[in-house]
Design a protein around this ligand. Structure first.
Ligand SMILES: *[C@@H]1O[C@H](CO)[C@@H](O)[C@H](O)[C@H]1NC(C)=O
Ligand SMILES: *[C@@H]1O[C@H](CO)[C@@H](O)[C@H](O)[C@H]1NC(C)=O
Ligand SMILES: *[C@@H]1O[C@H](CO)[C@@H](O)[C@H](O)[C@H]1NC(C)=O
Ligand SMILES: *[C@@H]1O[C@H](CO)[C@@H](O)[C@H](O)[C@H]1NC(C)=O
Ligand SMILES: *[C@@H]1O[C@H](CO)[C@@H](O)[C@H](O)[C@H]1NC(C)=O
Length: 332
């Protein structure tokens, strides 16, 4: 089927997905009315003595996030987000998509996305300036509220930020097309506002990521044959093989037990991000599969001689990392 042309035939790749618990508990049903109210009074939230210093909410419009400001002001559905960003006593970080970025965000995603782009502590660019990927809890992490259009546990709703050269970038399930900072470190009375050029939405499920990444279509076929679901990947890290690697070992020719073995040797128990993989041998206690990790830097990681191509692909239940393998299955 979708066989992709590759220049480096000897190069294989892998992806990895981590999944966590699925515990969605229906919490309270808050204000379910979707009516839009004009100009609701944020001022009401401030005692006048506190309104001298602008909050994150106050600073959105003048810093290029007027679409976000307007939505927060007018949509009653977003009242909880607005209250949080306008509360003088909060200590937050908010990554606000600029007006251009908001043009492509579906309305259904507004609430989840804004909460996902909020951290419950202030963080400056300097604090996110190491070369390692920073995996940060968001205001959704561990949340028990049901989210529109989202499956699985919000435990995995972390956000990834890294410095790439002079730029800072942030992502969830698409590290290859991250958001960039347009205007960082805007100080507010209740935290720090950063303006970003892409509306980064909360992580998708591992199955969704495998199915929707074109370079993993061959690996996805095998995972589907084996009924690999977000549930069965719970608590694991998966190194998914890229198409160029898979093409050397067409999965159609594998027996079912071979497919099981192949998948098992690309999966380890536990949630690993690039920043906590270390040079070591990891043995899965259940399958006895053994993976040798060789890490020079966070951007130079080999798994059993396979090079990691894309790291830290976050999923709703964990993450997927894409690895390039040189010697996959070629062991004696
Ligand atoms: C990067 O730096 C921040 C702030 O100094 C620190 O909190 C974080 O743990 C560091 N991340 C890694 C992976 O070292
Ligand atoms: C992030 O959230 C998880 C789940 O709620 C929690 O166990 C963990 O301690 C948090 N980490 C930090 C650094 O706050
Ligand atoms: C959630 O589950 C439904 C039904 O199983 C599926 O159609 C949908 O794609 C899933 N959404 C995500 C974000 O994984
Ligand atoms: C996957 O699920 C299908 C349908 O439930 C079943 O027929 C098949 O045997 C399963 N395959 C494996 C490898 O478990
Ligand atoms: C790696 O870090 C994540 C988040 O910081 C943590 O949840 C996980 O347990 C760590 N994994 C290992 C094996 O230390």
């Amino acid at each position: 089927m979708m066989i992709i042309q590759h220049h480096t035939a000897s190069v294989l790749s892998i992806v990895l997905a981590l999944l966590a618990v699925i515990t969605l508990v229906c919490a309270q049903d808050n204000d379910a009315d979707l009516t839009v109210t004009k100009g609701s009074g944020i001022e009401d939230l401030h005692p006048s003595s506190d309104s001298v210093q602008p909050t994150i909410f106050d600073l959105l419009e003048i810093n290029g996030a007027s679409t976000v400001a307007k939505l927060l002001k007018t949509s009653s559905e977003l009242k909880d987000v607005r209250d949080l960003l306008a509360l003088p006593s909060s200590t937050l970080t908010f990554f606000a998509p600029n007006d251009h970025a908001m043009e492509t965000l579906p309305e259904m995603e507004y609430q989840t996305t804004f909460k996902y782009l909020t951290l419950l502590k202030p963080m400056t660019l300097v604090e996110m300036s190491n070369e390692s990927t920073n995996i940060l809890n968001t205001s959704l992490t561990g949340s028990k509220e049901p989210l529109r259009g989202r499956n699985g546990s919000t435990m995995g709703f972390v956000l990834a930020i890294a410095k790439q050269g002079q730029d800072h970038v942030l992502w969830s399930s698409s590290p290859q097309s991250p958001g960039r900072f347009v205007h960082g470190d805007i100080k507010a009375s209740n935290g720090i506002l950063h303006i970003i050029d892409k509306a980064i939405t909360a992580p998708m499920s591992a199955e969704w990521v495998l199915q929707n990444t074109p370079d993993l279509s061959e690996f996805y076929k095998v995972s589907r044959n084996l009924n690999l679901t977000s549930e069965s990947l719970y608590g694991k890290t998966l190194f998914a093989v890229s198409n160029s690697a898979m093409l050397q070992f067409p999965s159609e020719t594998w027996s079912s037990p071979q497919q099981v073995l192949a998948i098992q040797s690309h999966m380890i128990a536990g949630t690993y991000y690039s920043n906590n993989l270390t040079t070591s041998k990891i043995i899965d206690p259940n399958t006895k599969a053994s993976l040798s990790i060789a890490k020079l830097t966070d951007n130079d990681i080999n798994i059993n001689d396979a090079k990691v191509l894309v790291k830290d692909i976050l999923t709703a239940n964990g993450k997927v990392s894409d690895t390039r393998v040189f010697t996959l299955f070629t062991i004696d």
